[in-house]
Ligand binder design. Structure first.
Ligand code: ADP
Ligand code: ZN
Ligand code: MG
Length: 482
């Protein structure tokens, strides 16, 4: 049987409101003493009542509208019941049969085709987050686990796609774009490593001939785009192998083990009826008036797609460069800040996409914390344009800037790595090199072009790389040409 890959994603994004979803507690819980960022509402103490934070609604509508969803003017909350120690109420307030947004889509472009691929968005709904279990030491041998409720009640938007992806790479491209969209919307920081954006991936194989969908597995616990792709690829191979052996795929939830690069079975998948959903009696149906939706729609900020087009038009950079630069809000902001005071936009994007991203990745630093600010990068590029440092020296200077946070002119001053701009000084070295290498001069005049490179190399050696190679090349040629 020939199979096709079928993938659908469920993504949770943490909404960056100041207060939690149904109480006044702060959403800023990172680094706080466990269980101090709580109140009777988010702990679910008897007698406490939830009140919806209007900002949560606004952020979720913004997200749904940006994903081309229809907004249900009346939606409602349901209780999703399950027992787990990180859930003090033993239910999560979520949305079920009538979510806030439905029937949207997002378009992604795949590198190998010119056409856009439309991914349908099934729904966007809002729900509260649970707390966190803290396992001390090795889970298997530890006698107990601790629970921290600080995250309880943090607002989430859940975005569910139709099973429209045909490959793990498509799923990855979608996630990168989605992250950029929510960052541009200002609703979520999109940090997968820290869990403010989380993705569950559903995957099955379909019989290419009949088109009949296969049984799917759900994979959890991937905390980077790369991990999502790797986990899905692993699952494709695993499922193909099972089918080839005549086995059946069981519907289950699988856990991605990053250290072993495998998925392992966690549990059989719950069915909706396991959750005993029922309408949340403590909250009224959620009514949104058209005016609010219109206002949000009108005030949507510039989204990545529009920004990409603007970059190509205004900065005259390639589609490829623009695509990378808008792939995160901060990266785009960094570029624009630098571009406002530097006119060679192509050189600028090369340095950002090359050196800067390289060092940021190596040191695992986000661009907002880059030791080289846009201003400092521009300062260095200007030294290069003025001929104070060569392109090659610039790479060293950049590395020093990154490691020390100093600006380029300071580094150049301290280490003396400037190009020799005094031509007389250069001519002295050049004449010496010519005198010392009569054979090379002779070779050149007999037609051996390579001999000239050797002489240039000698000048570079004497000047410790501080001469301008083009200048030296021309100067030697002039002097020795018969
Ligand atoms: P469940 O009831 O198991 O939660 P849903 O129909 O609600 O399943 O779908 C959950 C997610 O799984 C969605 O993102 C959907 O696109 C995806 N999905 C559904 N069926 C399949 C399938 N056969 N293969 C891959 N993904 C699927
Ligand atoms: Zn609270
Ligand atoms: Mg479902």
């Amino acid at each position: 049987m020939k199979e096709e890959v079928v993938i659908g994603l469920e993504i949770h994004i943490q909404l960056m409101t100041k207060a939690k979803m149904f109480c006044q507690c702060s959403t800023n819980y990172i680094g706080k003493e466990p269980n101090t960022n709580t109140c009777p509402v988010c702990l679910g103490l008897p007698g406490s009542l939830p009140v919806l934070n209007r900002k949560v609604l606004e952020f979720a509508i913004r997200t749904a509208v940006a994903l081309n969803c229809k907004i249900n003017q009346v939606s409602r909350f349901h209780r999703k019941n399950y027992f787990y120690p990180d859930l003090p109420k033993a239910y999560q307030i979520s949305q079920y049969d009538i979510p806030l947004g439905i029937n949207g889509y997002m378009e992604i472009s795949l590198p190998e085709s010119k056409e856009k691929h439309r991914i349908r968005i099934t729904r966007v709904h809002i729900e509260e987050d649970a707390g966190k279990l803290v396992h001390e030491g090795d889970i298997a041998s530890s006698s107990h686990s601790l629970v921290d409720y600080n995250r309880c009640g943090i607002p989430l938007a859940e975005i569910v796609t139709e099973p429209d992806f045909c490959s793990p790479e498509e799923a990855r491209i979608f996630l990168v774009k989605l992250r950029s969209i929510v960052q541009h919307l200002g609703v979520c920081d999109g940090n997968m490593e820290e869990g403010s954006m989380r993705c569950d991936a559903n995957i099955s194989l379909r019989d290419a001939k009949t088109g009949a969908l296969g049984t799917k597995a759900e994979i959890k616990n991937m905390n980077s785009f790369k991990a999502v792709k790797k986990a899905l690829q692993f699952e494709v191979d695993r499922q193909k192998k099972l089918l080839a052996e005549g086995e059946k795929i069981v519907q289950e939830t699988r856990h991605w083990d990053e250290s072993k690069n495998v998925t392992v079975s966690m549990r059989s998948k719950e069915e909706a009826h396991d959750y005993r959903y029922f309408p949340e009696p403590d909250l009224l149906p959620l009514k949104v008036d058209l005016k609010m939706i219109d206002k949000i729609r009108k005030n949507l900020p510039e989204l990545p797609e529009a920004r990409r087009m603007r970059f190509i038009k205004d900065y005259q950079i390639s589609e490829y460069d623009a695509e990378i630069l808008i792939s995160s809000k901060e990266l785009g902001d960094y570029y624009e800040k630098a571009a406002s005071s530097y006119s060679n936009r192509k050189v600028l994007s090369n340095w950002i996409m090359g050196e800067l991203i390289h060092y940021l990745n190596e040191e695992k630093i986000g661009i907002d914390d880059s030791p080289v600010s846009p201003e400092k990068l521009v300062g260095m590029l200007k030294l290069m344009d003025e001929g104070v440092i060569s392109g090659k020296m610039a790479k060293d200077v950049f590395e020093k800037m990154f490691k020390t946070g100093k600006d380029a002119s300071q580094i150049v001053k301290e280490s003396g790595i400037t190009q020799i701009t005094d031509e007389n000084e250069l001519f002295k070295v050049i004449d010496n090199v010519i005198k010392e290498n009569p054979k090379s001069v002779d070779d050149f005049n007999k037609g051996k072009e390579k001999a000239l490179n050797f002489l240039v190399g000698q000048v570079m050696r004497y000047t410790k790389g501080r001469a301008k190679p083009d200048f030296v090349f021309e100067a030697i040629k002039q002097r020795i040409k018969k």
